[in-house]
Design a binder for this molecule. Structure first.
Ligand code: BTN
Length: 254
């Protein structure tokens, strides 16, 4: 049995749909919805995307050694697909797995563990990519955001892009099983903000500023604060444009 891509017209949340189907899905199977009615974001937020404007896509992983590897595979696959279409787009990762263009969010990933009989049975990683929202529509959102249309003037169809993402996830997942470190190192390198001064806002609202010194073995963010390395498992990273002088021109590393 091989992994499948399931596409539906509409669902509440592709992550929830995969959670319901998880036991019946082959490892690596993916689920895409043309309309997502109740998308969920990180830290309990909503992810709102009107029909036809965004890629809403979730993948089921049953064989990763660390939970955060699932998000890393999806993020890298998305980066590769986007680069195929728009090679000059300066996309980079903002920890943990947001894709950014300059100061604007293009895409986010929500990874959720699946627990069965008290054990981690796998991880669902769902990605939302802004495709066709206009600049005016994006301006209504709470935080600075962009879309492929806003960046390139081209409209994107969901089904072909979702097939490309599915195919790239299969390739990277196979490569990951052969050599996990190759994939994780690539993901770390695409975290272009390593070395920059960043602020992290924890779920309880406390803010810390430090130098993003790297990513721990378990995916936690490492910030050097007053000479001491501190780890953060979750939170919102804020980009300080003043600390990134070349940001508008460079964008990402590979
Ligand atoms: C974030 O940046 O907060 C993560 C957003 C993740 C959104 C995607 S859309 C597909 C999948 N289904 C969901 O309900 N959420 C994720």
């Amino acid at each position: 049995m091989t992994a499948k891509l399931i596409t539906v017209e509409s669902t509440d949340s592709t992550n929830t749909a995969v959670k319901q189907l998880f036991d019946t899905l082959e490892d690596g199977s993916c689920f895409c919805a043309l309309e997502q009615r109740a998308g969920r974001g990180r830290l309990g937020r909503k992810w709102v995307t009107p029909p036809g404007t965004a890629l809403c896509f979730s993948a089921a992983f049953k064989n990763v050694s660390e939970a955060y590897h699932a998000g890393a595979i999806v993020a890298l696959a998305a980066l590769d697909v986007l680069k195929n279409h728009l090679p000059d787009l300066p996309v980079f990762f903002k920890w943990p797995n947001d894709l950014y263009v300059r100061q604007n969010k293009l895409s986010g990933i929500l990874s959720e563990g699946v627990i069965s009989h008290g054990k981690l049975a796998g991880v669902i990683s769902g990605i939302g990519i802004n495709l066709n929202q206009s600049k005016e529509e994006l301006a209504q959102l709470d935080n600075p955001a962009t879309s492929l249309f806003a960046e390139s003037g081209c409209r994107f169809e969901i089904p072909p892009l979702s097939r490309e993402l599915f195919a790239r996830i299969q390739e990277l997942y196979a490569e990951y099983h052969h050599s996990p470190q190759t994939i994780i190192s690539r993901w770390q390198q695409a975290n272009a903000l390593i070395g920059h001064t960043l602020e992290i806002i924890r779920p309880d609202g406390t803010r810390m500023t430090g130098i993003f010194s790297g990513i721990a073995q378990d995916g936690a963010m490492l910030l050097k604060i007053n000479g001491f390395e501190e780890r953060f498992d979750c939170g919102d990273v804020k980009i300080d444009p003043a600390s990134l002088p070349d940001f508008h021109n460079s964008g990402r590393s590979e």
